[in-house]
Design a protein around this ligand. Sequence first.
Ligand code: ACO
Length: 449
Amino acid sequence: MTDTNANNATFTVGDTNVEFERVSATQGSDGFSIAPLLAKTGTVTLDPGFVNTASCTSDITYISGSEGILRYRGYPIEELAENCSFLEVAYLLIYGELPNPTSLAAFGRRINEHTLLHEDFKRFFTAFPSQGHPMAILQSGIAGMATYYEHTLDPKDEEQLDMASILLLAKVPTMIAYIAKRAIGLPLLYPDSSRYYTEDFIRMTFGLPYQGEEIDPLVVRALDTLLILHADHEQNCSTSTVRLVGSAQANLYSSVASGVGALSGPLHGGANEAVMRMLREIRDAGLTVDEFVSQVKDKKNSVRLMGFGHRVYKNFDPRARIVKSLADEILPRLGSENELFDIAKSLEEAALSDEYFVARRLYPNVDFYTGLIYEAMGFPAKMFTPLFALGRLPGWIAQYRELINDPTQRIGRPRQVYTGETERHWIPREERQTADLLHLSDSLNVAKL
Ligand code: ACO
């Protein structure tokens, strides 16, 4: 491909030249619009994992992986984490501007009006095994909202879309708290609409009837900050999933439920849980930090330093710095197992001065210290990814709304480069010589019911 002028590029296939229009970014990489390629040359671009493909233009979040920058709507994550509440940041992501006091109050009031779940919906949680993974239950619950709020399903109707956004923000914390409570057989508490969002989520998750309901403001602030840090991260796997489903004009609930499914994958939302496992294994095996780092560097092992490295951040993950100072502040206050925090800090120190990690530009990511904080707050490991989903909710909603209002967006439908059989013809069953391709034995213990 050659630059023909400052703006466009020409791609040549055989004798055919195709001009690609340059789409300018306000910051970061410009893009080339390659849509005419197929019609003009009969070829497509191939980019597994979308490592070099922008699926959209977006005004919401800017990341510079080389400089360690994360901004929502232009505001640095450090300023937002320091000065804003999670609901303020949610409003910023969804509507594009920080709210004034009146609009923030109205936003919070609207959300608090809808935190209750329909009593039938509450019973829905009991249909799942109590130890079923919370992400699977959450995904089903969010998809199921479409059956209760049928007047909010049209994404092209602004008021319906606003209401669907409010309903999701309002009901997801209640759902997550109910999932957590049911897993340990404790009673579900009704939401208290007089409380702040995160405070009431903590109360519903940990509170018991007839007990004092004082919630430590430090814990509320810390969780609010963690939710802010997770609130958006441009076109990551789950957000791209929300957009792809939304591009078929599926309703907001279905699209966000699909995002929850993507986030449940261990390569995406599950790393904070893996960090805690790793720290415990180091402690229980009595390994020194140097011994563990040697295992990680030994390519004969498949051991990774969990919570280190990132596809985009090749400098540092700005969220990780904020989480670490939060951990420094809150862990001693919560009297948690400082032993694991000490191991984590020593690991970080050892890795940051080790040639293996330096050469590969591996730095702590947001997940390195978050599990320690969640655990100190009392959340079991299975709830870490639902907490990530709660934080990411405003980002998914904002990205869905941007997609729906973008006149250039069409239904998402990638192409492929077909590498299968060319045409072949049916043969009778008895004459087929094919091997048995089913990978099932009786060793998997799956109930018949
Ligand atoms: N520990 C040890 N080595 C690592 C690590 C790690 N955590 N991460 C990357 N490397 C090494 C790889 O072995 C590879 O080395 P090589 O060049 O000698 O083969 C090199 O660094 C590049 O690694 P890739 O896997 O190609 O990097 P990629 O960008 O594809 O992966 C990822 C990024 C998945 C985050 C990876 O760094 C990783 O597995 N980290 C641990 C898991 C983790 O913390 N995930 C959370 C990410 S943040 C989030 O989702 C919110």
